[in-house]
Design a protein around this ligand. Structure first.
Ligand SMILES: NC(=O)c1ccc[n+]([C@@H]2O[C@H](COP(=O)([O-])OP(=O)(O)OC[C@H]3O[C@@H](n4cnc5c(N)ncnc54)[C@H](O)[C@@H]3O)[C@@H](O)[C@H]2O)c1
Ligand SMILES: [Fe+2]
Length: 383
């Protein structure tokens, strides 16, 4: 039952410039704001791509000094952030631009924090109340997504792992929100099919879990349902035969997922996170495989929510089971595996995975409680 005597906070993000060619506005935007020396944070792969070089050229053509930092891991670690912070200071930068997928944008955001905050990086961990130490100003921050998945471009947090244990920590503060986002679907035109599929299913998981999450947040719910619908109508085309329309819908829907998940995530993300820590599985792939199993866990008691999801997916049969079957089918259509066994998970991993999943920060927002035993059962079903 919704408690209408409670006061809630709804946060909606910053300026989003969305559309084909939006990134061309970057140089003038910097100059208009008196910024001439950005640190560009990306990953080693993206730094080699044609569009990235074009962005650099467009900046240098306007006499903007660029410094690129791309020395980051696939699942970024603390030393990546410290190195980036040193480069910012040593080269006298005045702003930070994160260009790439969630990994690059998260490192960029963590460097934004690092520049004027010099306690141990993990003192700022949100789960131990770290955002109270985010007291100083932060440099001007811009994000430019090049995958359609995490929605980190509109986020206020950065997920950074410990170097030795690979445990994921969350740095969070509203100050870490980008001042402006240039979301240009043309940057994703060449995204390979597997990355499109995995990151796209991450975005679908965000929208689905946000819609189902506990709490009264009709604004997030509305955004999530439209996000589900957009991904459903474009993900197969984006993977198998991409064009501007499918890439545009995926990009806006991934951003919508991250706006919606301020409401919370749930059991699927808690099943997925330990796979990345323990087996280095890509975040989107881990969600994709766990999604139908985790969502099925939520049907009983929430049938009315599943009718709305089935409508957004335009299913003939408006039931939770039909939604689950559709998700299995979708994974197959976009070439992703449908069992954990197919991505290297073995029965001997399940005990550790279940402990980690139970300790994860996402499932307290799941519409129904999830026990350690539930996690074990779900992993066993999915294997
Ligand atoms: N901040 C958040 O709210 C949040 C939420 C979920 C996950 N994350 C983090 O995000 C990361 C995952 O992000 P992701 O799924 O975007 O993957 P990613 O950033 O790891 O990118 C996946 C791969 O795609 C490549 N790539 C990126 N753009 C490309 C392009 N346009 N063309 C060709 N290749 C391109 C990258 O080089 C990389 O190899 C994880 O580190 C995860 O922890 C953050
Ligand atoms: Fe995610």
């Amino acid at each position: 039952m919704t408690d209408f005597n409670t006061i809630r906070q709804y946060n909606f993000p910053t300026i989003i410039r969305f559309g084909a060619g939006a990134v061309n506005e970057l140089p003038d935007h910097l100059l208009k704001n008196g910024l001439h020396k950005p640190l560009i944070v990306t990953d080693p792969m993206v730094s080699q791509l044609g569009f990235f070089k074009n962005i650099l050229d467009s900046l240098t053509a306007k006499s903007i000094s660029v410094e690129v930092f791309s020395d980051i891991h696939k699942n970024p670690v603390k030393t990546d952030v410290l190195k980036g912070g040193d480069v910012f200071a040593a080269t006298g930068r005045d702003s930070i631009i994160g260009i790439g997928g969630g990994a690059a944008m998260d490192v960029a955001r963590a460097i934004v924090l690092r520049v004027n905050h010099h306690r141990d990086l993990f003192d700022y961990d949100d789960l131990i109340g770290g955002d109270q130490y985010v007291t100083e100003e932060v440099p001007y921050f811009i994000t430019i997504p090049t995958t359609s998945g995490t929605g980190s471009e509109v986020g206020r947090s950065a997920i950074i792992s410990e170097d030795d244990t690979h445990r994921k920590r969350i740095l969070f503060s509203p100050k870490l929100l980008a001042k402006i986002i240039f979301a240009d679907p043309l940057l994703t035109l060449e995204l390979p099919p597997f990355i499109t599929a995995a990151t796209g299913m991450d975005a679908l998981t965000h929208n689905l879990e946000a819609f189902l999450a506990k709490g009264f947040h009709p604004m997030a719910d509305g955004i999530a349902l439209e996000g589900i619908s957009l991904i459903n109508e474009s993900i197969v085309a984006a993977v198998n035969k991409p064009d501007l329309a499918s890439r545009s819908k995926m990009m806006i829907a991934s951003l919508m997922g991250a706006v919606a998940f301020q409401k919370g995530l749930g059991v699927v993300h808690s099943l997925a996170h330990p796979l990345s820590s323990l087996l280095d599985t890509h975040h989107g792939l881990a969600n994709a495989v766990n999604l139908p199993y985790g969502i099925r866990f939520n049907i009983a008691g929430f049938e009315d929510r599943f009718i709305k999801i089935a409508k957004a997916l335009q299913l003939q049969e408006e039931t939770g089971e039909a939604v689950v079957n559709h998700l299995f089918e979708l994974n197959k259509q976009i070439g992703l595996p449908t069992t954990l066994g197919a991505i290297g998970v073995k029965e001997e991993h399940i005990e550790t995975l279940s402990n980690l999943a139970f300790a994860d920060f996402c499932h307290p927002n799941n519409p129904k409680p999830v026990s350690r035993e539930d996690f074990k059962k779900l992993y066993l079903e999915a294997i």
